[in-house]
Design a protein around this ligand. Structure first.
Ligand SMILES: [Zn+2]
Ligand SMILES: [Zn+2]
Length: 266
């Protein structure tokens, strides 16, 4: 069985991730235009016909920008919770009703050969979820918008073989930057975003041999750089005596373009 993961785009300007086997695939979030999604998939030789659905994490534009067109033009089923649908559908009236699929929190469902569970995370939207996806014996967890890692979310994150986790801002850049004080506080709050240090300290606590791939995701355009996210992780690990001896592959996901395909199963 083949199993490939690719980030098409990751950051505060737009999020979309692909996971697929040799037969089918799914998207996680549709925060870039539908035409960009189609183009990026085409560039990777992935046919839109093989995409069986899109999972939606919450109602912020950087996660649903392309959703309306995907449901109308591609009649792509979209999966999220009742509360998130409610928050999406009141402003976005043109989403095709035929494509709406409601899922329960922490209730497994099956799509495209994957067992999928949505788990709640703390973020400043009416409801936000992360996704835990089982494909054979591989487990993928995606948590891109969360102010802190709560007790409900932690077990899904700890179990992952491939973890896509937010590393949104460098603490110094945010504090010294030009954002108004209230916005800095909101980003740093328990319902905002995870900073580089927060993510690094958490990862240092949970790192284990099963965690083969760590993808630092959802970097801020104004308050972070890929170098700072990576340096903070490396420094935190080295301070805690953790050596990255080739067992764990670490990538920082590009903000506006795909990041190389990760082959979990060849
Ligand atoms: Zn976001
Ligand atoms: Zn958000």
């Amino acid at each position: 069985m083949k199993l490939n993961f690719c980030s098409l785009s990751s950051g505060s300007s737009g999020n979309c991730y692909y996971l697929g086997n040799e037969f089918h695939g799914i998207l996680i979030d549709a925060g870039i235009s539908a035409s960009s999604i189609r183009k990026f998939l085409r560039d990777m030789d992935i046919s839109m016909q093989t995409i069986m659905g899109v999972l939606i994490s919450h109602n912020h534009t950087d996660h649903i920008r392309g959703l309306e067109v995907l449901t109308r033009k591609n009649t792509l089923p979209a999966f999220t919770t009742h509360a998130i649908w409610r928050s999406i559908l009141s402003p976005q009236k043109n989403i095709s009703r035929d494509c709406i699929r409601e899922i329960g929190l922490q209730q497994k469902f099956h799509l495209a050969g994957f067992d999928i569970e949505a788990f709640p995370v703390c973020h400043d939207a009416p409801e936000t979820v992360g996704f835990h996806i089982c494909a054979g014996d591989k487990k993928i967890t995606i948590a891109t918008d969360l102010g802190h890692i709560c007790q409900t979310a932690a077990p899904y994150i700890k179990e992952a073989n491939l973890l896509v986790i937010e590393s949104n801002y460098d603490e110094q850049m945010l504090m010294n930057g030009r954002y108004p004080y209230y916005l800095k506080k909101r980003i740093q709050s328990d319902h905002g975003h995870l900073g580089n240090l927060q993510t690094s300290v958490f990862l240092a606590d949970i790192i284990n041999d099963n965690l083969s791939h760590i993808c630092l995701a959802h970097l801020s355009k104004n308050n972070n750089t890929p170098e700072k996210a990576l340096q903070t992780l490396q420094q935190t690990f080295s301070e805690k005596g953790i050596s990255l001896n080739g067992k764990h592959r670490i990538s920082v996901l590009n903000r506006n373009s795909p990041t190389g395909v990760i082959r979990l199963v060849e």
